[in-house]
Structures are given as C-alpha cells and as structure tokens.
Write a protein that binds this ligand. Structure first.
Ligand code: MRU
Length: 343
C-alpha cells in the first residue's frame, strides 16, 4: 500500500508544508502562519511543483485573512498580501489560477475561502488519479510492446509536487500498480536535484525499480534504445501545446523525437494556460546564480565566473507526442492542440 504524502496540509489555522529542501536526509514539516513565511517557502522551494504551489497559494488566501484579522489589516492590505503570494514564482500558472479561484469567494469570508481551497486540493488528487489511468492506458497502447515498460522522467512530479499521488509520477505509479513497469530512469535534475532527492525518495518508498542518472546521460540512454517513453510534468502549457517544465526537459524531448519514442507531458488542466498563445509568452523564472556556482554552500566555480540559471525551459508542442490531462490525452504533435480541444 503506497504511503500517501501530503506536501501541503491545512491544520485548522496554519499550513503544514513538508520541507522539500532537506529531503531525503530529513523528513521535516514546517508550520506556516503568515504571508511572508509562505512567500519565502514558495521561493526557497520548501514547497514546489506546479500543483503543490497552487494548493499552497489557495490556502495562502486563508492565511492572509487570518493574519489580517490578527494584525488589524484593511481589506486592501489583505488583497495586497494575496497578490504577493500569487506572484511568488512566475512560471507555474497553477499558482495564479488557484489563488484567483479562491479569491472568487473572498467576499464571503474565511469559511468560504477554506472550502474553496479544500476543493482545489481534493480536485487535484482526483485529476492526478484520472491522469494516471488515462496516461497508462495510452502509453501501453502507443508503445505496444509485450513486456513491462522502461520510462524516463525528469524533476519531481509525485505526491510532493502536487496535492497527492502525482502527475507524470502518478502515471508511473499506475504502470507499476498494473505490473507494467520494468524500470524508471530518474534524471537527477540540476541544480537543485529534485530528481535524485525527491523522485528517487518517492520511488524508493513505493519499491519501484529505478536508476538515478545525471541529466547529461538522458539523451544517450534514450538513443541507446534503453527507454520506451519519457514522461514529465509541466509548469505551464500554452494554447499551442508549447510546454514549460524543469530546465533540461527540452533536450529529452529532442532525443525522444530523434529516437522515435513518445515524449509525454502529464499535467492537469489547471496547468494549461489557454490565455498564453505560445511558449514565447511564458515567463521563465531566472533563479540566483549561486545555485549553479556553488555546491552545498561551497563555491565550486572560479570566483570571477557568472552563472546562468533558468529554472525552466520550453518544449515546442510539435515534440509533445501526448498531453495527458484529467480529461484525456491529446496527441499535440499530431495537431490536437489544447487551445482547440480544452476550451
Ligand atoms: O522548480 P520546481 O521544482 O518547482 O519545478 C517543478 C517542475 O518543473 C515540475 O516538473 C512541474 O512543476 C510539474 S509538478 C507535477
């Protein structure tokens, strides 16, 4: 029986977040009681992954209301605090979508806000379960081999990155549950190692066979024929299917296209941004240079070197063989565009 993790949990008057910066060495939960602490937790990746920051942002509206009550804020001040949460990170559209959804109940007060935030959380788990089934069915049919699959994934898209179960990792868990999974290649995911620290931890908890590999190994592993399909998550999918996901993803997609294997994106419709026409319009978060110039707080690059640290890249829709959502699978590369099919 898989352990059900809750990366984001409402305690009644605060948010409990599993601290993803210290996993897997330590499993710690931090309690967030105010808006500054939540914004900082989102920026530092204590909570991370598009749907998980969406859920945290949803409950963040309740936190802002409670803090406003404690500290005597005006309604305008509470709204300004919510706006800071909404923009804590720029790329994953879930954060904005979930905050905006909960804000539609803002004038009804705390109970309504909490009800809406709980619905965001519940519906994300339901969407993940649905994606698991759709994605596994589609992959098994598409790959069409008479043996368990070998899949490659990048970053962390599991229970930690969502309200529960996972997107791409949810599909992988479903394949495993059906006895249709041989091996997972988990890219370590530079520079913050969401793959080797978090994905490998989740896979190990489930007893799923996996190998952690450096990001630079991915293309070679694919071209050697050792992978049947790559499956990743997304931070924002544009109307034309262009997909922003953790930096390094586009190289995997290119390798899959060259090798002729499916490149699959699993993302709930809360990640699909029909208001964004193409990937060129997606704001890609640039993070601090130290994340690439240092290792474990110790400088590794020469003192004069500068870093370049985009957190995400954009994979063109033409390379997305399948986009799995809770509403089914779109063959984006064959012209089934989110902007036409998900309106
Ligand atoms: O910087 P992160 O760790 O928040 O990046 C996360 C990713 O890129 C995930 O692949 C994406 O958010 C999907 S999570 C289900």
């Amino acid at each position: 029986m898989p352990q059900e993790l809750r990366a984001v949990d409402w305690t009644g008057n605060s948010l409990a977040l599993i601290d993803q910066t210290v996993l897997p060495q330590r499993t710690e939960t931090i309690e967030v009681r105010d808006v500054d602490a939540l914004v900082s937790a989102i920026r530092r990746l204590v909570v991370r992954g598009a749907p998980a920051i969406g859920a945290a942002g949803a409950y963040g509206v309740a936190l802002a209301l409670l803090q406003g009550e404690r500290e005597g804020w005006s309604t305008a001040e509470v709204r300004a605090a919510v706006a800071r949460i909404r923009t804590a990170r720029p790329t994953a559209v879930n954060l904005m979508v979930c905050v905006d959804r909960v804000m539609t109940r803002f004038d009804e007060g705390l109970a309504a806000v909490l009800e809406e935030a709980a619905a965001v959380q519940r519906e994300d788990v339901e969407a993940n379960r649905a994606m698991g089934a759709y994605g596994a069915d589609w992959l098994l049919k598409r790959v069409g081999v008479d043996r368990p699959l070998r899949v490659l994934t990048h970053c962390n898209t599991g229970a930690l990155a969502t309200a529960g179960w996972g997107t791409a990792l949810g599909v992988i868990r479903e394949l495993h549950a059906r006895g249709c999974l041989e091996l997972v290649y988990a890219d370590e995911t530079r520079p913050l190692l969401q793959g080797s620290r978090l994905t490998a931890w989740e896979l190990a908890q489930e007893g799923i066979r996996h190998r952690v590999q450096v990001d630079g190994a991915a293309a070679g592993t694919i071209l050697r024929g050792e992978v049947d399909a790559a499956i990743v998550g997304a931070d924002r999918v544009a109307a034309n299917g262009d997909t922003a996901n953790k930096v390094g993803t586009v190289g995997i997609a290119l390798a899959c296209a060259y090798a002729g294997i499916p490149f699959v994106v699993a993302a709930p419709t809360t990640t699909v941004d029909l208001a964004t026409a193409s990937g060129a319009d997606i704001h890609i978060e640039l993070r601090g240079e130290d994340e690439v110039l240092e290792w474990g707080g110790v400088r590794t690059a020469p003192a004069d070197s500068r870093g370049h640290n985009p957190a995400f890249d954009v994979t063109p829709g033409e390379l997305v063989t399948g986009l799995v959502t809770e509403r089914g699978v779109l063959a984006v590369a064959e012209g089934e565009l989110p902007g036409e099919r998900l309106r």
